[in-house]
Design a protein around this ligand. Sequence first.
Ligand code: PA5
Length: 332
Amino acid sequence: MEVLAGFPEDCAKAIEEAEKVDLGPVPTGNPDSLVVAGMGGSAVGGTILGDWLQEESRIPIQVSRGYHLPGYVNEDTLVFVVSYSGNTEETLSAFQEATSRGCPVATFTSGGTLARLSSERGLPCFRLPPGMRPRAALPYQFFSLATAARRLGVFSEAWGEVDEALEVLRDFREMLRVGSPTSSNPAKRLAYDIKGYVPFVYGPPIFRGVAYRYSTQFNENGKTPAGWGYFPEAFHNAVMTREAPKEIAGSLCAVIIMDPMEGEIMAKKIEGFKKLMESSIGRILEVQAYGTGRLARILSAQYVGDYASAYLGLLQGFDPSSTDSIEALKGI
Ligand code: PA5
């Protein structure tokens, strides 16, 4: 809860630190594409970066989750390798591939093997502070990636949205924090309303990464099964779940992330989706994002979900931080 409350300040600290990192051999020109390699909580910064820069970026930004990088990755592809622990085997394998293909590489980690290999090879390493849960280090992870991407010429104009985003987060925190009562706390309300249901999280394309983050945070912090999708794609498949057998449909809960800047056509379709779904599934809940710039809207929506997932874990009697099953698989 303390880490969550410090989110806005951690974002500012992350930027300050990332500005100082020596970029070493990485060219600051125009790369052909950016690939962010990471797993689980360490991949989220990359998806949010891609959603934020969707309109401005003239190069593709892809997140690669797994042992291997996409086939097109070559010496003109900028590769950011992210592992909070620095020891995740899939990410270390992607790192080896990136260096053997001659890609310009920067790493983002709190230590471990990744930090050691970066220093041995003279690569820029953006250090994430130790002692956090990987998924809770998102402010450091995301803003280190964003600062590095800006410094390396991936984008420039969207950076002007950062101040508004941090201001929105600071204001929003007052509603979301532990001391704020449930009646005026959207994250606590969301957790109470989800308890007992299987949440499926949806949002327009700007919240694609955020919807995914909600579902993984509900899994990890809330110890709850969850799914996700995004509009308009969900109008072509997920809407059919309303026709599921009653006992299944009744256990589902759709969480819809609403964009304050939503266009008319999409807003009408989302209303239609809600109407169809509410006649059959267990419940429909809405989350409101805040702000004007894309970054404020994305991070405010994500902030509610992070808090709600931790409240959900607590409500169900779990420690939101624990990851025993993830560790069990890492040990195999
Ligand atoms: O949030 C978590 O704890 C996980 O999703 C981890 O991020 C994931 O297992 C990858 O580990 P790491 O971030 O250390 O590379």
